[in-house]
Design a protein around this ligand. Structure first.
Ligand SMILES: Nc1nc2c(ncn2[C@@H]2O[C@H](COP(=O)(O)OP(=O)(O)O)[C@@H](O)[C@H]2O)c(=O)[nH]1
Ligand SMILES: [Mg+2]
Ligand SMILES: [Zn+2]
Length: 384
């Protein structure tokens, strides 16, 4: 996932510039005092690699006392909000940050969930992020047709809540499978959340749950919720124990923000139709928000709905999501077997023998095919 990308350096500079612009525009960002449910620093775990990296930054700093461990809990127009053990403040990137981090690619600009070394000089209310500390996991998506840019949606994610709405036709299994692969690829645990259960009959619910179960296999939790009826909320909460971070992933309108509001017990997040641009023509939906669940529970990151989730180079995630297909494929006669028409295909034999579910094979083949095509169009050096 951390491979070379052609557009990385370019985007890095642009984003740093973006943050610099935001400095001038800080009045337009939501007032910190008005923000609710912001996680405390104690809601986050910091691992040894992150602590070590922080100590190294501190050891080489001229003002080590000003450096603190922090976590990025929100991005407004790319502008980070950072929480430390003592304070909550906005921060900009250190001068030359993008340059320093260029070799590491786009991925090292601060994202929600990042543990950072941040400097807060006495008397300042604006911090400076000196370094993004090593990420335990990182949920990224590719965007741009041929440019191969990656966008980090959340760093240090433990769980990905894959949200799909009920009551609007069949649940899109392709979308669930794709989200599953992305979650597995970054090392997070996936769970499927089927929202708006009040909009379908018990029969429809049973059928949809059955379809999703066939796709994801026995081990992945499927939680059915209705924010309208306040059902299934404990099931979601159970996926987000204290000290962990879940990212909520689903299309616009899937009911993500409504679900978070139900979990929080008040209307913290805007729901319904989302404005794409404000009156001045600026994007208003770029806020990425983390909220702390009440009581003995963890943190959830909400993101604006994502229309596309292209799969590029997520072979690891694919293999982890469909282990039985990969295992069987070792028995195929041809090492480049596509498991569609070749003689001696052990995967199709396993399907015929009832050892692999056809639904899962179909999902696997569609995603593998997409990755093969996208890899060819993006970078001739990547082979599947
Ligand atoms: N009937 C019903 N509608 C819901 C439920 N949850 C969300 N909605 C509606 O679905 C629409 C989109 O919800 P929202 O939370 O903004 O979706 P998001 O884009 O995924 O954050 C809103 O009009 C909500 O009122 C639910 O459990 N039942
Ligand atoms: Mg929303
Ligand atoms: Zn085969």
């Amino acid at each position: 996932m951390q491979g070379k990308t052609k557009g990385a350096g370019r985007r890095g500079r642009r984003s740093a510039q973006h943050a610099a612009d935001a400095t001038l525009d800080v009045g337009a960002l939501p007032a910190i005092e008005a923000l609710e449910d912001i996680p405390a620093f104690s809601d986050f775990q910091v691992n040894d690699a992150q602590l070590d990296a922080f100590e190294r930054v501190r050891a080489s700093s001229e003002t080590p006392d000003e450096l603190k461990l922090g976590c990025v809990v929100r991005l407004d127009r790319g502008f980070p909000l950072v929480v430390t053990a003592e304070a909550l403040f906005r921060a900009e990137h250190a001068v030359g940050f993008a340059k320093q981090n260029k070799e590491k690619g786009d991925g090292m600009l601060p994202a929600v969930g990042d543990r950072v070394a941040v400097r807060l000089a006495p008397g300042h209310d604006m911090g400076v992020i000196e370094r993004v500390l090593p990420r335990r996991t990182v949920f990224e998506r590719w965007r741009g047709k041929n440019r191969g840019e990656r966008q980090v949606l959340c760093a240090n994610v433990d769980t990905v809540l894959i949200v799909q709405a009920l009551g609007a036709g069949e649940v899109l299994l392709g979308r669930v499978a794709r989200s599953l692969v992305l979650a597995r690829d970054c090392g997070a645990a996936p769970a499927v959340v089927l929202t708006k259960a009040d909009r379908c009959t018990p029969d429809e619910l049973a059928r949809e749950r059955g379809r999703v179960r066939r796709l994801v296999g026995a081990d992945i939790p499927i939680i059915v919720t209705s924010s309208a009826l306040a059902t299934g909320l404990d099931g979601v909460r159970a996926q987000v124990p204290a000290g962990t971070c879940a990212m909520i992933l689903g299309e616009s309108g899937a009911g993500k923000s409504t679900l978070l509001n139900a979990l929080l017990g008040h209307d913290a997040l805007a729901t319904g139709a989302v404005r794409e641009r404000d009156d001045a023509g600026r994007h208003t939906t770029v806020a990425r928000v983390m909220v702390a669940l009440p009581g003995d529970a963890g943190v959830i990151a909400d993101a604006p709905g994502l229309r596309s989730l292209p799969l590029v180079g997520h072979e690891r995630g694919l293999a982890l999501s469909f282990p039985e297909v990969v295992r069987a494929s070792h028995g195929c006669r041809f090492s480049d077997c596509t498991h569609t028409h070749e003689p001696g295909c052990a995967v199709r034999e396993a399907v015929d023998a009832g050892e692999i579910d056809q639904v899962r094979l179909d999902a696997f083949l569609a995603l593998a095919d997409e990755m093969r095509v996208s890899a060819q169009s993006l970078d001739p050096d990547i082979h599947l």
